[in-house]
Write a protein that binds this ligand. Sequence first.
Ligand code: ADP
Ligand code: MG
Length: 364
Amino acid sequence: MASIRAEKLVKRYGAVKAVHGIDFEIADGEFVAILGPSGCGKSSTMRMIAGLEPISEGAIYFDGKRINDVRARDRNVAMSFESYALYPTISIYENIAFPLRAAGMDNAEIDRRVRDIAGKMELTALLSQKPQGLSSGQAQRVGLARALVRKPAVFLLDEPISHLDTRQRYRMRRFIKSLHQEFNYTMIYVTHDQEEALALADRVMVMSDGEIQQMATPDEVYARPRNAFVAGFVGEPPINFVDCYVENGTGGWTVSFEGQRLALPERLSKAAERIGGEGLAAIRPHFLSLGDTSPLTLQGKVFVTEELQDQNLIFVDVGGTRFTLVAHPTVTPRRCETVTVSIDPEHLLLFPRSEARKFEDLAA
Ligand code: ADP
Ligand code: MG
């Protein structure tokens, strides 16, 4: 197991700059998810850690030791990709044993390790079979077992389950989390799926455009996103954004949007000071409700309701903004009904208006 540190890490492919000089630290035994949209530099970052791509600038350290010039096979890193390739002509047992045989380990130790990992991955009954006929979930587990049998210092997974169907994905997700809890590997898990990242990781590194937008616990990126990009990328259904105006009146800072004005809670006074003027307010669909239950209410008209049995999604037009609300399944307003929307001010977030562009790119 190893800790990892990156310093001003840059990846260039000719004229394309994929990673823009990022710094991060991952503790020994930590599970970090790298989360971001396609093309933001997740795989490039991971491949530099694995040694599969040269580092253009900056440095990576394992346990304080610079590894820029250490070859991939000498880094003791295991990597699992979406496209795991098993050897079709040899048994599952030999597939898992393969990296150990390549390393010249003796047969007794190979047997002990293969049977141990096969047991943990629920593969014991399949050891004598050939890969043909395995389900995609089973093949995935064999691929993971083969990666883990070497006892790597760092375990890297790049979108390992995005090709599986929903049920298999949930199953593998639990499996991967239990592997981490059992072995305490330092794990880095690349995904574009925010729910997966939040469900699995100790900390999430949110990236866009080759830069780290925030690196924090799942609770923090959800409740205290550092910018509008993180706020918009994390959370389902997506957070509501509305143009607002922030000003300092006699009674302190206020925010106004869609014709309403609200005194800002103390928590937001620093953000208000920074923004002072045109801003972007954000509120998650779970913190909006129908009815007059808060100091900040808006009048709107129901656009449509999606009834999802365990919850209802209600879309309400207020002026020029369409808000999404998550409500109890018994809340079923009619289309075009005029409703009052209450905003829980404790969960209101404020960002500079200049960050709106990034969010629009995301929605496009
Ligand atoms: P992600 O894994 O987040 O989807 P990547 O790290 O694969 O992103 O890619 C980041 C950027 O670098 C993208 O613009 C991509 O097109 C570019 N890129 C990735 N690999 C190469 C390559 N081998 N040659 C040229 N450009 C690349
Ligand atoms: Mg990728």
